[in-house]
Design a protein around this ligand. Structure first.
Ligand code: SF4
Length: 243
């Protein structure tokens, strides 16, 4: 049985996970501020800590600059995960490249094919992973714990209790590089067609999937679809998945 430490310092959690799981542990990141805090801590603990990111095929160019920065300045190797080419081909051929604008279920299908499924495949060889979720980021994330069990794996959210101010202070104190899109007014950074800078009066994750009003602003990696949306997604996936 894995004994989880009681202390809640993010560095201690990362060190514990690396000691406990070694190469079966990874930090999963999209190079947003919280992810960069974790990567900066990880580099100081052990430059051999595995780092995983997703190339969905729709990322902004600046995200690739961040990959180079992490490799060259933090000295971490970045493992890049890609969607399955056949699943992607079937989805885009059937629904078009901009299916995410048509309705929330097709948006979730796109996220599933480009993000959730590739990451699940990658994580099949992993026992524990860490991500940069914070409780203050959104309603959907308000109850995330620092240590969770997710799909039979240990999931760490070392910054769960940190505020945005604490993240900003850490980045400044340690001169950690930031994704260039923050300077353009973004507060969340993901795929290029689905993320934009905030408008006046907006906050948090309002710049993501801004045309949606009802569905949770999550891609499925951290918060799974449930109920009717899950059933609709399963039907859509039937046509897409290569079995
Ligand atoms: Fe597709 Fe947009 Fe999700 Fe990226 S964020 S996987 S482009 S729906």
């Amino acid at each position: 049985m894995v004994l989880i430490p009681m202390h809640r310092d993010p560095r201690h959690l990362l060190r514990w996970a690396q000691d406990e799981f070694g190469s079966r542990f990874a930090v999963v990141t999209s190079f947003q501020d919280e992810g960069m805090v974790l990567l900066h801590m990880a580099a100081a603990i052990d430059p051999g800590i595995r780092v995983i990111t997703l190339d969905t095929g729709r990322l902004p160019g600046a995200t690739f600059e961040m990959m180079e920065i992490v490799r060259n300045q933090l000295g971490l190797n970045v493992e890049v995960v890609y969607p399955d080419a056949n699943e992607l081909e079937r989805m885009v051929t059937r629904y078009g490249p901009s299916l995410f604008h048509r309705d929330p279920s097709l948006r979730k299908l796109c996220c599933h094919v480009r993000k959730t499924l590739p990451l699940e495949r990658k994580l099949s060889g992993i026992s524990a992973w860490a991500a940069g979720l914070r409780r203050g980021q959104s309603e959907e994330r308000a109850s995330v714990e620092q240590v969770e069990s997710n799909g039979g794996r240990t999931k760490l959210n070392p910054l769960a209790h940190w505020t945005a101010t604490e993240v900003a202070a850490y980045l400044e104190r340690h001169r950690v590089p930031r994704h260039p899109l923050y300077a353009e007014g973004y507060t969340t950074i993901g795929c290029a067609p689905c993320t934009r800078a905030l408008n006046a009066g907006e906050s948090g994750r309002d710049g993501r999937w801004w045309w949606e009003t009802e569905s949770a602003k999550e891609c499925g990696i951290h918060v799974a679809a449930d109920g009717a949306m899950r059933r609709t997604l399963d039907v859509l996936l039937e046509d897409i998945l290569v079995r």
